[in-house]
Design a binder for this molecule. Structure first.
Ligand code: MIG
Length: 777
């Protein structure tokens, strides 16, 4: 429901609170507070990480491993001190101090004594079917993350509900979205912390909407379980948060190229023509997505014999021309007894489908009409489902796109004006020994479906990395899949919103994200499309897509001028791939976002806190796109330091605001002094040539860059077949010195020349033999 309408007023019981502490016990990792019935446990998992658990009944619900990748026992034990006074108990680690008073109010402090994550007056409480905690909002504190969110960057004064829905027609006021990621980052100068609210039940954050100065988290689960992660910097918070919920695996390099999608390229002929258009027009492209019409009557894991008579031939011809094929897979399986539809037959035989509490098969209506749904919470169902992908991978399909997995279900056949429904909340789900109901695991449907696909693909394609894309997910979805922001619209407002949306995903641990370039619903204009392709070049997932019945949105349909712009920006993407691939590696190893709001690198600069319309691609580039029609000028904020205009080389001293001119051919782009950007020649697809010419584009200043490479497609990097090279630049007043470190790792890049381009100064070349050297320019 749009936030605009606020919350419906219901009669609610007052909250019960925990009451006085009767006794305290300590063990190696935790402190247990016994109250009169309720119990509170505080665990120290790392010097910057504590876990708070409250049970009103005195019985802790056993922990389930759905989102949390690291069990409490897997953290190495860290030293902490405990001090008790009459009023409080203090827990002190190397990085933070936690005070708990006799009423169980929790307050944290950094080493300088600055408070954070302090309980507000209400502290923690519960009532029929809900538990909650209230915390204080400090002056200048702002809130980010929250997973997939519309609107702008900072979520102060908003309500954020975590309940996955098909958010068709979403706009700035939409609350529930496809993803539910109950995680936030609170930031003020010098102080930053994260909260992971470890609940899969319906939950909600109220960031000072109801009561200014107080934020609340509430869940419809019976106990309260959350992690407090001290930063203070966003990168430190994300590092720890992704230790808890996991990090993304390194995708195949081709998945970083341009993807072309439409609902639908609905026949082999059309797909072949599409591929030919890209190559003839010399517009780089790596991936073609096939939407629901490749199937026979929307039956998952089938091909339409009429429209795609020979999928293996098609897919292998595409491979020969440098294209990978990705197919959509929906969770709804056509209810079709005795029709030789083996997916339905097998699923029924092995009892894979979600049933109602009374044991009846649950069904709803989706694309194949009457449909049933696998219970992905059960490991054997995930294995079965994963193996079904063989019907696609055996034809050469290299990636899977999971849609409709909130799950999106109608209560009557498509065409009838029905309602969206979900499984009955009391529908049993999960394995026998962990049986629960849909109430608890609704938010996990997309996550577990993506997990089934990801794990299945690794079994079916054991030597090649695959690509997985999902619409729905929960905290930790990054372990299994990339994510796109569903059905956006061909509107300037949606272009504008795409940057803060993707930035907040990145600040929620999900780095591999994108929005449909050009907008999914509606018809883009030439100008909108050109501007969108410029912005799309920055999206970690760069995919153009458009809906059935809309005008076509391929890069060439808007005439020569827009085609030239699309080509130029897609080419820029391909030239930057060595840099971007290194950012993916960083995301995979540290949890850092790829696309970042400026506050990520400048968390003490209040000017960046609301800045939603500029982004950083990695640490070195700031883009300030145009996202309004007819606009050719815009203000740009350049934070502290020296910055160069990417295009003109003009130099600026930050922090400053400048007015820049950006005709439709230009997306304003700035680069940090001392930046070192590894660049490749333009290729029509990522693996057209090995990287046998590498350019290091360097801007005068002081800087360092660790460049990562591997073969881009196999899993051998996991066993050492990777290479990193550290480059450094500095100046001795007269000259600029570029140091090339010795190559590390066991992978040997192709023999190549490296061109070092010191922007505005000059260039030098050397043969890359992996040996350390020093250049003076
Ligand atoms: O009911 O598969 O968000 O990307 O093209 C619509 C058709 C189903 C919704 C997805 C969109 C996709 C479309 N799907």
């Amino acid at each position: 429901m749009p936030q605009y309408f606020g919350k419906l007023h219901t009669t609610k019981q007052p909250w019960s609170t925990i009451g006085a502490v009767l006794s305290i016990q300590r063990d190696e990792r935790s402190i247990h507070f016994e109250c009169d019935g309720p119990r509170l446990a505080i665990k120290v998992l790392a010097p910057n990480l504590i876990r708070v658990q409250l049970t009103p009944t005195g019985e802790f619900i056993p922990r389930r491993s759905w989102a949390v990748a690291l069990d409490d026992a897997d953290w190495s034990v860290v030293p902490f001190e405990v001090r008790e006074t009459d009023e409080t108990l203090e827990i002190e680690t190397e990085q933070m101090r936690v005070c708990v008073d006799r009423q169980c109010y929790i307050e944290c402090f950094d080493k300088a004594g600055r408070p954070f994550a302090q309980d507000a007056e209400m502290g923690m409480g519960w009532r029929m079917g809900a538990t909650a905690a209230w915390k204080q909002i400090q002056t200048d504190e702002h809130f980010y993350g929250f997973g997939e969110r519309t609107g702008l960057l900072d979520k102060l004064a908003e309500l954020q509900t975590n309940w996955t829905v098909d958010a068709l027609d979403y706009g700035s006021l939409t609350d529930e979205m496809y993803q539910a990621i109950p995680f936030l980052i609170a930031l003020r100068p010098e102080v930053g912390y994260g909260i992971f609210f470890n609940t899969t039940f319906w939950s909600q954050f109220d960031i000072g909407a109801e009561q200014p100065g107080v934020w609340r988290m509430e869940t419809r689960g019976g106990d309260l379980d959350y992690y407090i992660i001290y930063g203070p910097r966003p990168e430190q918070i994300l590092h720890t948060y992704t230790q808890i919920t996991g990090r993304m695996p390194l995708p195949p390099r081709w998945a970083l190229g341009y993807h072309q999608c439409r609902w639908s390229y609905e026949s082999e002929t059309e797909v072949r023509q599409l591929a030919r258009d890209f190559r003839d027009r010399r517009i780089p492209c790596d991936v073609i997505h096939l939407d629901i019409d490749y199937m026979r009557g929307f039956r998952v894991f089938t091909w339409s014999p009429k429209r795609f008579p020979d999928p293996s031939k098609l897919v292998s011809d595409l491979v020969r021309d440098g294209f990978k094929t990705v197919t959509i897979v929906d969770p709804g399986i056509k209810h079709e007894p005795e029709a030789d539809y083996r997916v339905f037959d097998q699923g029924l035989e092995h009892n894979c489908f979600v049933r109602q509490a009374d044991g009846q098969l649950f069904h709803g209506y989706v694309w194949p009409d009457k449909a049933v749904f696998p219970d992905f919470l059960r490991p054997e169902v995930r294995t079965w489902w994963g193996d079904l992908h063989k019907s696609l991978t055996s034809t050469g399909v290299a990636g899977i796109w999971n849609d409709m997995n909130e799950p999106s279900i109608a209560d009557r056949p498509f065409g009838d004006p029905g309602n969206k429904i979900w499984f009955p909340l009391d529908a049993p789900q999960g394995p026998d020994d962990e049986r629960t109901t849909h109430t608890e695991v609704h938010n996990l449907y997309g996550l577990t479906m993506a997990q089934a696909a990801s794990v299945g693909l690794e079994r079916l394609r054991p030597t090649e990395r695959s690509f997985v894309l999902t619409r729905s997910g929960y905290a930790g979805v990054q372990r299994w899949s990339s994510v796109w922001m569903g059905d956006n619209q061909s509107l300037w407002e949606h272009l504008e919103m795409s940057l803060p949306m993707l930035c907040n995903m990145g600040l929620s641990g999900v780095a591999f994200v994108g929005c449909d370039i050009g907008g999914f619903a509606g018809n883009a204009t030439a100008e909108l499309f050109a501007r969108w392709m410029q912005v799309g070049m920055l999206y970690p997932l760069m995919r153009g897509h458009s809906a059935l019945t809309t005008a076509r949105h391929e890069p060439w349909v808007f005439g020569d001028r827009v085609e030239r712009i699309c080509r130029e920006y897609i080419e820029l993407r391909y030239r930057l791939l060595p840099y971007i691939y290194t950012l993916f590696w960083e995301a995979a190893t540290t949890g850092a976002p790829i696309l970042r709001p400026l506050l990520y690198h400048f968390p003490n600069d209040l000017n960046t806190y609301a800045l939603y319309d500029q982004v950083m691609l990695g640490p070195s580039l700031i883009a300030a796109p145009i996202y309004r029609p007819g606009v050719e000028y815009r203000a740009v904020y350049l934070p502290a330091g020296t910055w160069y205009d990417w295009w003109s080389g003009e130099r600026y001293e930050g922090s400053t605001h400048i007015l820049t001119h950006a005709p439709v051919e230009r997306m304003p782009l700035y680069v940090r002094a001392g930046a070192i950007i590894p660049m490749a020649p333009v290729m029509q697809y990522t693996d057209e040539h090995p990287l046998d010419q590498l350019t290091l584009r360097i801007w005068p200043g002081t800087g360092e860059w660790q460049f990562y490479e591997d073969d881009g497609h196999s899993f051998e990097y996991r066993t050492g077949a990777w290479a990193t090279t550290t480059y450094r630049v500095h100046s001795d007043g007269q000259q600029t010195i570029v140091e090339i470190g010795a190559r590390e790792g066991e992978w040997t890049p192709p023999s190549r020349e490296v061109r070092v381009e010191l922007v505005g100064v000059g260039e030098q070349c050397f043969q890359d033999d992996g040996i350390a050297r020093c250049l003076t320019l």
